[in-house]
Design a protein around this ligand. Structure first.
Ligand SMILES: Nc1nc2c(ncn2[C@@H]2O[C@H](COP(=O)(O)OP(=O)(O)OP(=O)(O)O)[C@@H](O)[C@H]2O)c(=O)[nH]1
Ligand SMILES: [Mg+2]
Length: 221
């Protein structure tokens, strides 16, 4: 009988991810590409927000969207309908995107022809917060319908964010939710975070201020 030795291989996956994220960040910077990582729960309104801001963004900058989902090309198809190119990553069970996935996508893009990449992460308020992708700006999307206590219950998503977008403001008359408290919790967790509020009107997401904020950031580089 042969004796099989057990060899333990321990890889610090977080450290490896951070290393690749740093490489991504360097590559994007060198190419003059601004990168945004959009996180938030399933159904918070991430794709709807992108559908709302892309018509304005695409008129002024060259933008590409990378969509992360466990399965389907649904969100990429929604983005393509706005006239913006979209690439879909299917994680097949994975609850977040990682820096390696973005490195692979970046390798297939002509970065010299792009000013802005928006990455919609997998719908999840927990896992994506711990994985740097090499982005310049992290945006967390939270809907009024999720309840005002979510920032305090899921603080890491807000701790690492530069921008928080509270969506579905149009639903307030039908909900028992205190949006003021939601905003105060976000400010307590991260006083530097910039908070925007958006909602649907006439079937469209009203998010002009978010688009203007992004355009200013892209121009500053
Ligand atoms: N009334 C209202 N509905 C909204 C708003 N934003 C999104 N929705 C609806 O909420 C549902 C989910 O929106 P999505 O944009 O698909 O959410 P998501 O965060 O991209 O979802 P995942 O990609 O699956 O994580 C859709 O039916 C949207 O039409 C809003 O501001 N107001
Ligand atoms: Mg989506």
């Amino acid at each position: 009988m042969t004796k099989m030795d057990k060899i333990e291989v321990q890889v610090d996956l977080k450290a490896l991810n951070n290393r690749i994220a740093a490489e991504n960040r360097r590559k994007f910077k060198l190419s003059g590409v601004y990168v945004i990582n959009v996180t938030g729960s399933p159904g918070a309104g991430k794709t709807t927000l992108l559908e709302g801001i892309l018509p304005k963004l695409k008129d002024q900058v060259r933008v590409v969207v990378i969509e992360g989902d466990l399965a389907t090309r649904n969100d990429a198809q929604r983005i393509e309908r706005t006239g913006v190119a979209a690439r879909q990553i299917n994680t097949e069970g994975g609850c977040h995107l990682d820096a390696r996935m973005i490195q692979t996508q970046a390798g297939q893009l002509d970065l010299a022809e792009i000013d802005l990449i928006i990455i919609e992460n997998v719908g999840n308020l927990v896992c994506p917060a711990s994985f740097d992708l090499g982005e310049d700006l992290r945006m967390v999307v939270l809907s009024t319908a999720e309840g005002e206590d979510k920032p305090e219950k899921y603080p890491t998503a807000f701790l690492n964010a530069h921008v928080a977008v509270i969506t579905k403001m149009d639903l307030l008359p039908y909900l028992s939710v205190d949006v003021g408290s939601m905003a105060r919790q976000i400010a307590r967790i991260n006083p530097r975070v910039r908070v925007f509020e958006t909602g649907m009107k006439d079937g469209k997401c009203q998010a002009d201020q978010v688009a203007d904020y992004i355009l200013a950031k892209v121009r500053l580089g």
